[in-house]
Design a protein around this ligand. Structure first.
Ligand code: UDP
Length: 235
């Protein structure tokens, strides 16, 4: 395999491969918070996120969602389809938490009447500003039809994941997805791990996600291991 680094992100590096239509995604042991202001090396984190994300993507694929995942090539590396990234972070919220609670001066924890979808423009320089549907369309980031499809897919993924996590006594509070284009089709890309979602224990409401790192509440590796063990049914 060729080892040309084509992108280095906060949590993953992406390399070209000998196959033009595939990339190698390598999960890093790096944790960041507050748009990269806080950065720490946490041995074992990359492997855990790769395993959790693989488990979730496999489940979504089995349930009819098209994703970029081709296969895992090691415990911290995945072969994925090369797509044209749509530079939008798609956030879905089931409960009030995080920036939504801060923005509207609300306590965390209440269920929202129905899931909310928000878009953020992917730009570290601009600190990922909020962007609405009209802005996305007029900046030619995605078409109206593409946005409709992205929202439908996000709601479908939410229903599937609420079901999956509830079997493990976990409440899916909110999460962030990314999408890419390949052969004219929009597919789910990136990862799904406790780095980009909020998961609360259904009984204790304790966080089992990156908030433990953001708020210095608990050990990240121990927390993510609990999530993986619950998913794999070894509670
Ligand atoms: N999120 C993410 N990447 C970001 C921003 C948010 O993965 O750059 C995830 C975050 O982990 C949470 C959800 O999106 O699960 C909603 O995040 P929120 O807007 O509440 O922001 P935060 O409180 O995390 O700053």
């Amino acid at each position: 395999m060729s080892d040309q680094l084509i992108y280095s992100g906060k949590a993953k590096d992406v390399f070209a491969t000998d196959n033009e239509s595939e990339l190698l995604m390598v999960y890093k042991d790096q944790a960041t918070a507050f748009n990269g202001e806080r950065k720490e090396q946490i041995p074992g984190k990359g492997k855990l996120n790769c395993q959790i994300s693989s488990y979730i993507f496999d489940y979504l694929i089995k349930n009819g969602i098209t994703t970029h995942l081709v296969k895992n090539v090691s415990d911290h590396e995945q072969l994925v389809l090369k797509t044209e990234l749509i530079p939008v972070e798609v956030v879905l919220r089931n409960k009030i938490a995080g920036s939504f609670a801060r923005k509207f001066g609300l306590d965390e924890g209440k269920n929202l009447q129905k899931p909310i979808i928000e878009f953020y423009y992917k730009s570290d320089e601009l600190d990922d500003p909020f962007i609405n549907d009209n802005q996305i369309e007029s900046l030619n980031i995605a078409t109206e039809a593409e946005l409709t499809y992205i929202k439908e897919q996000t709601l479908k993924i939410n229903q599937l994941l609420i079901k999956l996590f509830s079997q493990d006594d976990l409440d899916l509070v909110d999460f962030k997805l990314e999408f890419g284009r390949v052969d004219g089709k929009i597919i789910l890309i990136d990862e799904f791990s406790p780095d980009n979602c909020r998961l609360w224990d259904s009984q204790s409401h304790q966080s089992l996600d990156k908030d433990v790192f953001r708020k210095n509440q608990a050990d990240l590796v121990e927390t993510y291991t609990k999530v993986l063990n619950r998913l794999e049914g070894a509670k």
